[in-house]
Write a protein that binds this ligand. Sequence first.
Ligand SMILES: [Zn+2]
Length: 197
Amino acid sequence: MTPRTRLWLDFVNTDAAAQSPGGDLLRDFEALLIWSQRQGAVDDERAAGIRRRAVLQPAAAAATLVDARRVRAALRVLAEKGQVTERVREDAVVEINRVLGRSAGTRRLDAVPAGGYTRAFVPTGDAFAGLMIPIVESAADALVDEELARVRRCADPRCHRVFLDGTKNGLRRWCDMGTCGNRAKAARHRARSETRR
Ligand SMILES: [Zn+2]
């Protein structure tokens, strides 16, 4: 089964804590733009326009990156503590509405070449500000759909990745069975053979 993914959780997982020791994936504005393109959160044509503007207005691009990291920090708190702490949810709503409130645009439904459909937001105002819209909308969906109870942090204490538990029984513990899950399995195995000895 392919794990269900969520844009806002993938975004949280770009931070230095989740990437350790690789560092922050969003090291500059261009990295943020490339990440958004890869996620399908911005199409190539719009990305080209944003890239041109970033060259002309480097200060605005840098400010957008700072703001993106601020949103990311708020979303990490929501992912990790939102289910149990009402105050955290309230703060996240303020942050989401701050981002949603500053970008005018139109919404569209697009067919995806690989199959299926996706909703798109086309900013008509500040293109930089529009970059964060799909991300905060994804977080907003998690609140609307009451999905936070299924959002977890990886059970490996060294791993800071968050994920959506899409299993039927809701008992998924690791971000990835291939990495953290396997490490835990190997550790259990080692512990068992040591007691046997
Ligand atoms: Zn993990």
